[in-house]
Ligand binder design. Structure first.
Ligand SMILES: Nc1ncnc2c1ncn2[C@@H]1O[C@H](COP(=O)(O)OP(=O)(O)OP(=O)(O)O)[C@@H](O)[C@H]1O
Length: 278
């Protein structure tokens, strides 16, 4: 099946953009910091495609560059180089990373949604659960109060948030429940692409397991193309079919998640898998 999201040659360097910043960085050098300029090569030469209904994992330890890739694709920051295409935008002909800020923000209304580790990034905590979802629906042109309310209720039901809490400020919700509301809001306008950045990190184990279960069901049912960033192979195993392993800003291995967990080739992947298996 054809891709919903395609990323090519993505790179992000913090600091001096001079080409001299690249040599001496990457896994074989054990660092992403340039010895010549001190710049951080947070991500380099990252490429992938995700099909509708498919989930791709990006796994790596803290500082490996996975969140940088996510932030660049989401439009939270500008890459140093590379391009990204959405099938749902201009039929995949326009590099969305090159769009101006306003156009990029509009993509976030109904083409690409993000679920952040911290619900405070995706939600207004002082607004009710229903109000948060309504805000996203209104941004996409929703005007009819009754229909907005109905859709918000449907989304809360989908994410297993009690409807009795619909009008309560999100601040009064538990961590797991906040995350469910964030997921509901992200799905509000049926975006074809969903980016999940450490969606269960920071939650208690049993709560995290519930949110993971929910996400797995939703990804299976909704046909969305998902990218899941996590340091935890357990999360990647649960949610994704394919995975990319990142270390010091570079992709060191890609493959089917099951196979990579079974038989990791790169020493770094072997280490991550061993850690996940405890
Ligand atoms: N705004 C910034 N300015 C300078 N360096 C940065 C900035 N953001 C990230 N970095 C550096 O880029 C590298 C990759 O960071 P990134 O956040 O992508 O890693 P990560 O794998 O997602 O880790 P984490 O899970 O801790 O976020 C790190 O060395 C980080 O210190």
């Amino acid at each position: 099946m054809s891709w919903a999201l395609k990323v090519d040659g993505l790179g992000r360097v913090y600091g001096d953009q001079d080409p001299r910043s690249l040599p001496g960085t990457g896994p074989e050098h054990g660092t992403s910091v340039s010895p010549a300029t001190g710049a951080v090569v947070a991500a380099w030469d990252v490429a992938f495609e995700v099909a509708p209904g498919e989930a791709l994992g990006i796994v790596g330890e803290s500082g490996s560059g996975k969140s940088t890739v996510m932030r660049c694709v989401a439009g939270d920051e500008r890459p140093s180089r590379g391009s990204a295409y959405l099938r749902g935008y201009d039929d995949g002909r326009t590099d969305v990373l090159a769009l101006d800020d306003g156009a990029r923000r509009r993509l976030r209304v109904d083409r690409v949604s993000v679920v952040y580790q911290d619900p405070a990034y995706g939600l207004d905590l002082d607004t009710s659960a229903g109000g948060n979802i309504a805000e996203r629906l209104t941004a996409a042109g929703g005007r009819h109060f009754g229909r907005i309310r109905e859709r918000a209720a449907e989304l809360l039901e989908l994410t297993e948030v009690p409807l009795s809490r619909m009008d309560d400020p999100v601040r009064t919700f538990s961590g797991g429940m906040r995350q469910r509301v964030q997921i509901a809001k992200a799905l509000a306008n049926r975006p074809p692409v969903l980016l999940l950045d450490e969606p269960t990190t920071g939650l208690d184990a049993s709560v995290a397991a519930g949110v993971l279960d929910l996400l797995r069901n939703l990804l299976e049912r909704l046909g969305v193309a998902a990218v899941v960033v996590s340091h935890d192979f357990g999360v990647i195993e649960m949610l994704t079919r394919r995975v990319m392993v990142m270390q010091h800003g570079r992709v060191v291995e890609t493959g089917l998640t099951d196979q990579l967990l079974e038989d990791p080739q790169h020493p770094y992947s072997q280490r991550l898998v061993a850690a996940a298996r405890g």
